[in-house]
Design a protein around this ligand. Sequence first.
Ligand code: NAD
Length: 341
Amino acid sequence: MSLASTSTRNKIAFFSTQPYDKTFFNTYNEDFGFQLDFFETQLNQQTAALIEECEIVCVFVNDIVNEAVIKQLAEKNVKIIALRCAGFNNVDLEAAKKYNLKVCRVPAYSPQAVAEHAMAMILTLNRKTHKAYNRVREQNFSLNGLLGFDLYGKTIGIIGTGNIGKAFAKIALGFGCKVLAYDIVENDDMIRDGVSFVSLEEIFKSSDIISLHCPLNDQTKHVINKTSISFMKENVMIINTSRGGLIETACVIEGLKEGKIGYLGIDVYEQEEKLFFRDLSADIIQDDAIQRLMSFPNVLVTAHQAFFTNEALTQIALVTFNNIKSLLEQNDIENKAALLV
Ligand code: NAD
């Protein structure tokens, strides 16, 4: 059913839009008929002014959706904030309730996309394929410095066993790893598959590789800190494809300098908002912490690309449109995990 209309009810203002967002959302909008307004800029207190006669705003991971912005949106008669991502730590849900705005998200668009990227980071850091690629192009066929280890038999600790953590555990089990997990809720299916649920401290003490898959909230903020690093094995590998704030960056830099942390793979970074999703190749980056991280030979940084697959972008577009359609037609969404407020 087409919702095509000039009404403000069917107009969606997209923030932080990249060319691929336009491609996927325009393609799948053919079945929905919304009016789409794309803004490249991030949503924040200044850019909220761009919204005109529009009741729906679509945001991504680094848009600022705090109380001040939500108040502005409410004053502009916005009714729905549709996140086109799973994480929602950037949205003040209490403020949304206060100003009577609905907030929805895409709870599980492709857990495999993120889980597979986490494994790609592990394999790259371990087998140094990025270095081999460059080396061979220079006709340097030596193996010195490329020594890796067998993943088979190693212990991988997973923090957060939701959709992504679960998918990642299956991959790790497939490699013949021993898989430990910590979550506030244990998962019986995973235990049957061979995963052992243990304490957070046990994860830190026993894992050769630690992969973060929990959301960022008050309990998980800086879960990787000076104390947790002190519990870890020498030469531990830490992988973060979840949210930057799970890692206290200064402590990890210290751990890398001391050699305690042997490898770090991050797809997310606490201050990524000013960096990621942009081409800054001609700029002087003012963030010294990311520059320091990028200078280590055993650190791999990707710019929040774990979700970035064809399948995930298709699901993101379809679920976002369906969420909005349900809210407009029924003021509710059948999948309760999609409706935050
Ligand atoms: P999910 O909601 O399915 O799972 C989260 C899991 O974390 C749940 O099992 C929950 O019980 C657990 N959890 C909550 N609080 C915890 C705590 N204090 N300690 C340990 N575990 C806790 O979410 P998901 O789809 O698996 O996504 C996980 C996170 O991955 C998201 O919150 C998001 O931040 C991130 N993410 C990143 C990308 C990317 O492109 N890098 C893409 C999608 C999601």
